[in-house]
Ligand binder design. Structure first.
Ligand SMILES: Nc1ncnc2c1ncn2[C@@H]1O[C@H](COP(=O)(O)OP(=O)(O)OP(=O)(O)O)[C@@H](O)[C@H]1O
Ligand SMILES: [Mg+2]
Length: 243
């Protein structure tokens, strides 16, 4: 982390999201202000319907707030044109979802490199495959490079999702319940990996979870209830041996 960096990497100021439906309005989140620094691992917890996914989508610019500002590196992103936002998203964010679905007809390496079917970073021509292999190996999947998704366990599939999130070298990874379908060993692997990535590579990672043990591994835990931030606490020191 740079000592000279004054502004937080990510900042939300008085953010609200109201969904307007034929049957009326739903306020999914409101009065949310928060700041995150580079290299932070942040957990979002709260009951079902408390606004975790809505907040993640707004932080990751997948959705726009109906009130308030969202800034990344000091620049407002909630007001960008759709075209600029698409580019911004590709360059700065990666997403991991609960139900990671690698494409069935592609192997592990091809799935990892999938983002580059849609855009090509000029400075990395020719090196992508090697980088992909290195990332997959770093996630303990080196022996599965050319396996197809139907030959993988749920934990391995989630690692492919992490590999794919890393290959674009994002600043921020948003993960919506990334461990929900995994057993404890694999849950720990995923969150420990997040922790290592924030510490060693300065990535910022925000994940939602219903599992307080996993949340406790984060640097900070944000508690949502009925769409508002009711508590912010430091995560406990890691309760499990590092991998
Ligand atoms: N597209 C939408 N249209 C209308 N209401 C929505 C929409 N998305 C979310 N909501 C409402 O916003 C509130 C927050 O939903 P959200 O999905 O963010 O909760 P969550 O904390 O992620 O829940 P879970 O733990 O079940 O995933 C809920 O009342 C939900 O019904
Ligand atoms: Mg959700």
């Amino acid at each position: 982390m740079q000592a000279t960096m004054e502004k937080p990497l990510l900042e939300l100021r008085d953010v609200a999201k109201v969904f307007r439906l034929a049957s009326g309005e739903v306020t999914a989140i409101e009065n949310i202000s928060l700041a995150m620094n580079a290299g932070e691992l942040v957990a979002l917890v709260g009951p079902s319907g408390s606004g975790k996914t809505t907040l993640l989508n707004i932080i990751g610019s997948l959705d726009r707030p109906t009130h308030g500002d969202v800034c990344l590196q000091g620049e407002r992103i909630d007001t960008l044109s759709e075209e600029r936002l698409v580019r911004f998203r590709r360059e700065k964010f990666s997403y991991i979802f609960q139900d990671a679905r690698p494409l069935r007809m592609l192997n592990v390496l091809e799935n990892t490199l999938l983002p580059f079917n849609f855009f090509k970073p000029a400075d990395r021509n020719g090196k992508l495959k090697e980088e992909g292999i290195e990332i997959i190996r770093s996630l303990g999947l080196g022996h599965r490079l050319y396996h197809m998704p139907n030959q993988l366990s749920g934990g391995e599939i989630q690692r492919v999702a992490i590999a794919r999130a890393l290959i674009t070298r994002p600043l921020v990874i948003l993960a919506d319940e990334p461990t929900a379908n995994l057993d404890r060993e694999n849950r720990l692997f995923v969150i420990q990996t997040f922790r290592n990535l924030t510490r060693e590579k300065g990535l910022t990672i925000v994940f939602s979870t219903h599992d307080l043990e996993m949340a406790g591994i984060a640097d900070r835990v944000l508690h949502l209830q009925d769409g508002t931030l009711v508590k912010v606490e430091d995560g406990d020191c890691c309760p499990c041996p590092s991998n």
